[in-house]
Design a protein around this ligand. Structure first.
Ligand code: FES
Length: 307
């Protein structure tokens, strides 16, 4: 890791690290990063929560943040940028205090999600992934949040607002802009800021995770019905023997057993062991991995990308 300092180019006389942060901020973030990296066998696996940590500091994945992550993990800024630009949860320009996400996936859409989004877009005067002039609200379309039983669903900094109508959604954003306390319909009893939520996503609890009810009546209705009617799942097939006899040399190759979770070669390092690892289908399916970035310095100016 490089922690040498130099005077920043802004002429403010503040000693800055190579990552762009002043020394005190750098030291604070580096201590947080050490906690995050210690959670993983390979520190590089910490990159995703580290990017949330950067958002908790800057309100988006800033250029300084990208260089900071690269420095901490001893990888290139291009490698960090390639990951940061792949996921829509990582913002490439300063985000509003509240991300208001309207689910417009199939079920929510037909239950009114499209109308919710159109109402909010008109009400706020902004489009998808845009932020109100007061910096309060960033509006975006989001994919299914596994809350289809409460459709149409709106999220505010990833807290649930279930069974919304255009009028109720507009009231929520109005209250947020006025600084009023706004309570989600399920889960935590309050909504925190985008920066505060980003710190939670980096793995630093704010103590609200167990507030309220996560799975309400619509979610558990199937279980209740099954118990009332005495329904049970059918018997499953017996598990294969732990130690099957070795296959003969001439027998067709059996698919390799899945590696143990967390075991060596459990993911990227796993060597090809059968047709499933080398077929064209497998190769095609890997197209969802982050693409390589072609630049390590223009992260604030490149067009939006990612999922
Ligand atoms: S489709 Fe909207 S939460 Fe599932």
């Amino acid at each position: 890791m490089t922690t040498d300092t130099h005077t920043g180019g802004a002429g403010d006389g503040v000693q800055r690290t190579r990552g762009g942060y002043d020394a005190a901020t750098h030291a604070r973030l580096a201590a947080d990063c050490a906690q995050i990296m210690a959670r993983y066998p390979d520190p590089r696996s910490a990159l995703l929560p580290m990017l949330h940590l950067v958002q908790a500091e800057d309100g988006y994945v800033s250029r300084d943040g990208i260089h900071f992550c690269a420095e901490m993990l001893d990888i290139t800024a291009a490698e960090v940028s390639a990951v940061a630009t792949f996921y829509t949860q990582y913002k490439r320009r300063p985000n509003g205090t509240y991300t208001v996400g309207v689910c417009t996936n199939t079920l929510c859409a037909i239950m009114g999600g499209d109308e919710l989004f159109e109402e909010l877009s008109e009400h706020l005067g902004i489009g998808n992934d845009e932020t109100t002039e007061d910096g309060a609200i960033t509006l975006e379309r989001i994919e299914c949040n596994a809350a289809c039983d409460y459709a149409p669903v709106m999220m505010v900094n990833w807290e649930f607002f279930d069974n919304q109508s255009p009028a109720s959604a507009a009231q929520v954003v109005d209250d947020l802009r006025l600084g009023k306390d706004v309570a989600p319909t399920r889960g935590a009893s309050s909504v925190c800021s985008f920066k505060a939520m980003s710190r939670v996503l980096a793995g630093f609890s704010d103590g609200r995770a167990d507030e309220g009810t996560g799975a309400g009546t619509p979610t558990t209705e199937g279980t209740r019905l099954a118990r009332t009617n005495g329904w049970e799942a059918p018997e499953t097939a017996p598990a294969p023997a732990d130690d099957p006899a070795p296959a003969s040399k001439d027998a067709p190759a059996e698919p390799a057993a899945a590696p143990a979770t967390g075991g060596e070669q459990s993911s990227a390092e796993r060597t090809a062991q059968g047709p499933a690892d080398t077929s064209s289908h497998t190769q095609t399916s890997t197209s969802s991995t982050p693409p390589p970035a072609d630049s390590d310095t223009d992260t604030d100016t490149k067009p939006e990308g990612g999922k």
